[in-house]
Design a protein around this ligand. Structure first.
Ligand SMILES: [Cu+2]
Length: 83
């Protein structure tokens, strides 16, 4: 997953239901997190294993931003069952 911040504000982005590994160039030492602060103009990449079935919130942790639309649902499901 790549997160690119085109705004002038930082955005602490939070994924529910999973941890991810922040790709920081230090192979084998990727921090495991479920929130990553994406600074203005910055790009953050994380590796993510979708291993928890269900619908998960994926959003900015600043409530004003979340209510303004920085909120999505990440759905994890088995491809063959369609569930
Ligand atoms: Cu934000």
């Amino acid at each position: 997953m790549n997160l690119i911040n085109h705004t002038m504000m930082p955005h602490p982005i939070h994924l529910h239901g999973h941890f991810f590994e922040v790709v920081n160039g230090q192979k084998g030492q990727y921090p495991r997190k479920n929130v990553i602060n994406v600074l203005p103009g910055a790009k953050v990449t994380f590796d993510f294993t979708a291993d928890a079935m269900g619908d998960w919130a994926f959003h900015c942790h600043m409530l004003m931003h979340m209510h303004a639309g920085m909120f999505r649902v990440v759905t994890v499901r088995h491809e063959e069952s369609g569930e």
